[in-house]
Design a protein around this ligand. Sequence first.
Ligand SMILES: Cc1cc2nc3c(=O)[nH]c(=O)nc-3n(C[C@H](O)[C@H](O)[C@H](O)COP(=O)(O)OP(=O)(O)OC[C@H]3O[C@@H](n4cnc5c(N)ncnc54)[C@H](O)[C@@H]3O)c2cc1C
Length: 480
Amino acid sequence: MTLDTTLNARIIDFGRGVFTDLDTNEPSPLNLRYLNTLLMRWSMSRPDFKVDLFRLVDVLPTLKTDDAIAEHVREYLIPSANRIHPSLGWLIGLCKSPLLVPLTAFLVRNGVQQMASMFIAGHSPQAALPVLRRLRKKRYAFTVDLLGEFCVCEPEALEYQQRYLDAIDTFGETIPSWQEGTPIVPGHAGEKSPVCISVKLSALYSQTNVLNFERSVAILSERLTEVARRAKKYGALLYVDAEDSGNNSMIYESFKRVFGSPEFIDFPYPGIVIQAYAKNSEIRVQEMLAFAQQRGAPIAIRLVKGAYWDYERVISAQNHWDFPLWTKKESSDAHYEHLSRILLQNHEVCLPAFGSHNIRSLSHACCYAEHLGLTERDFEIQVLYGMAEPIAQAFMERGHLVRMYIPLGELLPGMGYFVRRLLENTSNESFLKHTFFDTEEVSNLMREPRMHTQDFQALTIAPKPDDLVPIQLQNVQPSF
Ligand SMILES: Cc1cc2nc3c(=O)[nH]c(=O)nc-3n(C[C@H](O)[C@H](O)[C@H](O)COP(=O)(O)OP(=O)(O)OC[C@H]3O[C@@H](n4cnc5c(N)ncnc54)[C@H](O)[C@@H]3O)c2cc1C
């Protein structure tokens, strides 16, 4: 799985260029991002404070009164604040004074809402239009996701589906008339429409369960068909997101059922997501490439590393199941590069979309494409809105189509998404943290990743998709 040295040298050189171009200027104290940067930096240097702060953010939408907020601020933050400095604990303790309770609640609510708005573009499709237009003006493509967590009953699932149908109507009727930034990369397949949505299938059916595989797939396919029909009406693009490994087998099956049907053979580049951290991800890639070939029309494949590592770790340990993912971060990085090469080699049947904020992973994809003689039209780069704009900008300015993944929704369902973004930004393993917050040597960050021996051994005995142990016993929240 190792690269030839000339190609690796080219990747390192390319990545160094990207690092040089990053606009990492500190935001001014008058900018919203200033507070965010300060809080992130502070919480990363104080892991216990970070946990307490994120617990407070997580619970905030359920706190209905000012008193409840002030009480939780005291309860969650004083112990870790005291460990930093007793005077800080004392200062936070002041918020119990009746005069300061409303002010504390106001500051906490507004601060958290403003931070969340950096990752969530609006509460409704209509409200998000100015943000989408601004991005298009800056020459970014986008894909919009509607936040929704814990779908526990059918009315909720159907309401979620309806929100997708309404969102496609709003976007389909408005966005194609915009002149801004069109086309970003002429002739690129991802430019067939400026309207693109990403769908989380498990939220479309409340009883999705692998123990009820056939019925789950039948209902998910039926509901996805409705969404795809509406997208087709406007010629819009669509991605189906990957979730936890319990749901994924049903997600892949539903995707194939819908987009392999005669009604959707002419649907342009239906997109699916594959997670490189999964031991069976190469088999998934082969399965999807074979599907595209059978279909006789190309699909899009977004390659990500995967957002459910901690969740899967806990569930498999609890149940004494085999862990379905790589155990070391470097193994996921190495496998990501391996799968990137397979996707690029098969660009005739798939449009590879590299979803990552890791400059090494993205530089590898760009340089391998160049090595194969491909152009910017043959693949795209995808990033999460609000996470790594300097990186997005550096790749966009090099002529690549960069698509931003944009969540929309109310703060309450969006809070889970927001907390996960905070965790991702501050995780010790995160490339972003090393890029923007640590002064880790660029040569370290650009080093070729190698698969860990233990993971490499697992690679040779990875199960086929059909042999996978069903590992979902409960409905879990979509989690990236
Ligand atoms: C546009 C876009 C769309 C996305 N869509 C999806 C989606 O549909 N489904 C989904 O699951 N995720 C999705 N993600 C999230 C993605 O899977 C990653 O969580 C995120 O991008 C971080 O990976 P990175 O390459 O940017 O950063 P890096 O910092 O390079 O990598 C972090 C990743 O490494 C992996 N990792 C961390 N620790 C370990 C370990 N000990 N052992 C093995 N692996 C480890 C995890 O996957 C972690 O997310 C999406 C991301 C983007 C940018």
